[in-house]
Design a protein around this ligand. Structure first.
Ligand code: PAF
Length: 291
């Protein structure tokens, strides 16, 4: 595995790959790798000849009061896991290398960028799309793999690829869950035993919404209310949002269908967690560690 730091070095590696007729697959991450990231590598490996993983905690997508400084980091561990999972090129840029001049220009995410996650984290998606565009520019991937847990992010990346005619195929891989149902996230490391127990209310809330949907309910309001009730009664959690969204537009929908995404965000102590499920598929469609 080659480790590169500068955007120019990655650009050279991707140009070499293109000259040799090889397809590049990109797995963008913020590091502190877990089995969810490694599943993205597997998806990339199946579709590309050269797998590039980026590890970069992007300051542009964190608000001033958010956890940029506290975001977990362990580059040596990441390096070992990336190599063992078959990454060919690990790209680890510094903030200075990534944003030598600012940046002066950022990507505007449009209306979907300011609802749900975007409403709670103003500027977050402008930061995400800006860095993703820079990752695409340097890695020139034929295919890029994102996780479904960040469903709104994946939808916005899809819109950016479409609107800017970027020659990148987007793959959105299933959420990976621990055996107890909690979606894997680098931030889970901040949960203590009691916090982790409370955090399990998120997948249970989603399962509650799915159950109501399966019983025949199609009013989004009732499905959302059932999920929010699980968060409140089982763990005393107040959500940042619980919403049913249309999979194509990622806008809230009043009537649920099989393809509607039920999305939730809640704070467990100082740790903010997000999760989602496709109502018709249920949590069984996700990958469960130990299965
Ligand atoms: O999902 C993430 O880890 C980040 O938002 C991403 C896509 C790597 C951009 O910083």
């Amino acid at each position: 595995m080659r480790v590169v730091c500068l955007p120019r070095e990655l650009r050279e590696a991707s140009t070499q790959a293109a000259r040799a007729g090889l397809r590049v697959g990109l797995v963008p991450t913020m590091g502190f790798l877990h089995a969810g990231h490694l599943a993205l590598v597997k998806e990339a490996r199946a579709r590309a000849d050269v797998v590039v993983m980026s590890v970069f905690v992007n300051p542009l997508q964190f608000g001033p009061a958010e956890d940029f400084a506290a975001y977990p980091r362990d580059l040596e561990r990441d390096r070992g896991l990336a190599e063992a999972s078959g990454v060919d090129v690990l790209w680890v840029p510094t903030v200075e290398a990534m944003y030598p001049d600012g940046p002066a220009v950022t990507v505007s995410p449009g209306p979907v960028g300011s609802i749900l996650e975007g409403a709670v984290r103003p500027g977050h998606f402008a930061g995400v799309l800006t860095v993703v565009l820079k990752l695409f520019a340097a890695a020139a991937p034929a295919v890029a793999v994102f996780g479904r847990k960040d469903a709104q992010q994946a939808a916005l990346v899809r819109f950016m690829i479409r609107d800017f005619n970027l020659p990148v195929e987007l793959i959105v891989a299933p959420t990976v869950r621990d055996a107890d149902g909690l979606a894997l996230s680098s931030r889970n490391v901040h949960l203590d035993v009691a916090g982790r127990r409370r955090a399990l209310a998120l997948p249970r809330a989603l399962a509650g919404g799915v159950e109501v949907f399966r019983s025949g309910e199609r009013r989004a309001g009732s499905i959302v209310a059932a999920a929010a009730a699980v968060l409140a009664t089982e763990a005393g959690l107040t959500s940042d949002y619980v919403a049913c969204v249309n999979p194509d537009t990622f806008l809230p929908s009043d009537a649920a269908t099989d393809t509607t995404t039920l999305a939730v965000a809640a704070r467990v102590g100082a740790t903010r967690l997000i999760d989602n499920v496709v109502l018709g598929a249920g949590l069984d469609a996700d990958v469960r560690i130990g299965d």
